[in-house]
Design a binder for this molecule. Structure first.
Ligand SMILES: NC(=O)c1ccc[n+]([C@@H]2O[C@H](COP(=O)([O-])OP(=O)(O)OC[C@H]3O[C@@H](n4cnc5c(N)ncnc54)[C@H](OP(=O)(O)O)[C@@H]3O)[C@@H](O)[C@H]2O)c1
Length: 302
């Protein structure tokens, strides 16, 4: 079946997530190209086939997508809510599989989207794809938090410079997270299993752990106790909701943190059914991942 999909186009491969996906595809049997905005100053490794297009023009996008079997959208920010034009162009160009920019929380769970209203941009893209299933197939990859990246940038609550951790609801709720390199491997596996993965949400995770479990590993590896701060998810979500409703988009990460790490366990993908084994993804080691991050190794990200 892998012969069905050969040519793969990544849209927005220059951001936080894209470089690690591109790196995995460059080491795969797929023939990968990247699409970047005409006006973008993003750069890519030498030798990569970079296609530029005018994103305001569907015929420019259609020309750019001609000859591709699969399109993976990795766009970020406001572009997530504007993927219909990529889907229309993919259909017009005869693309077989479209993967929208999902890569995070379990957005189809209405309890998650109720806390993080901006996720309507992600569910909207999948709803649009569902309405076009007679013309194109889709897969949407739910990864949970980016695990290694999230420790490095502080999203998981760990401030590496001050050795302080902010626990939500005492940090005991397990959540799912995936390392950046594993996301690229999962995408390759999805395109290598086109029939099984057709028109589905696909859930993966590198680890399912609580903040406290990660803290124990961090303290063991760093050889010292960390300062612990506590936050209540209800208060965090209530405060972030007020800020978001007042137009402050910087509240979005707090909404996601409240939903992911809070006591309701909405960040745990296991109840939805993980695809790791079906996709043949290798088991990863949590302690080794944390060690790599603490020592500044995080392969493939920008
Ligand atoms: N689960 C997690 O922990 C987590 C963390 C971060 C992100 N994410 C998700 O991962 C996906 C990618 O996020 P990211 O942080 O990598 O994205 P990003 O860095 O903000 O942007 C990725 C690329 O999108 C393109 N882009 C940016 N603005 C655009 C616009 N207005 N119109 C069209 N293209 C635009 C750019 O590519 P060019 O310059 O080449 O055009 C950019 O390099 C998103 O779905 C995001 O929600 C998840």
């Amino acid at each position: 079946m892998a012969s069905e999909i050969k040519n793969v186009l990544l849209i927005g491969a220059s951001g936080n997530l894209g470089p690690s996906i591109l790196r995995e595809f460059l080491n795969s049997p797929f023939n990968v190209s990247v699409l970047s905005r005409q006006e973008s100053t993003s750069t890519f490794p030498s030798g990569v086939n970079v296609i530029k297009a005018d994103y305001s023009n569907v015929s420019s996008l259609t020309t750019a997508l001609k000859g591709q079997d699969a399109v993976i959208s990795i766009v970020g920010g406001v572009a997530v809510g504007d993927q219909q034009k990529f889907i229309d162009a993919a259909i017009a160009a005869g693309v077989k599989r479209f993967l929208p920019s999902e890569f995070g929380s379990n957005t189809p769970d209405p309890r998650v989207s109720a806390i993080v209203p901006i996720f309507a941009a992600k569910t909207g893209a999948v709803e649009y794809l569902k309405s076009k299933e007679s013309e194109i197939t889709w897969s949407s990859l739910v990864t949970g938090v980016f695990f290694d990246w999230g420790i490095r940038v502080g999203f998981l609550g760990f401030d590496l410079s001050s050795k302080t951790v902010t626990l939500i609801d005492n940090g005991t709720t397990p959540f799912s997270g995936t390392n950046l390199s594993q996301i690229g491997k999962a995408l390759i596996a999805i395109l290598s299993h086109p029939t099984e993965t057709s028109n589905k949400y696909i859930y993966i995770s590198s680890f399912n752990a609580s903040q406290r479990e990660i803290l124990a590993v961090v303290e063991k590896l760093s050889g010292q106790k960390w300062v612990v701060k506590n936050v209540n998810s209800k208060e965090l979500i209530a405060d972030a909701t007020k800020r978001f409703q007042a137009g402050d988009f910087s509240a979005i990460p707090d909404l996601i943190k409240g939903a992911t790490f809070g006591e309701h366990g909405l960040g745990d993908s296991r109840p939805a059914g993980l695809w790791n084994e079906k996709l043949g993804l290798k088991q990863e080691d949590l302690e080794q991942t944390v060690k790599d991050v603490l020592e500044g190794r995080l392969a493939g990200s920008k």
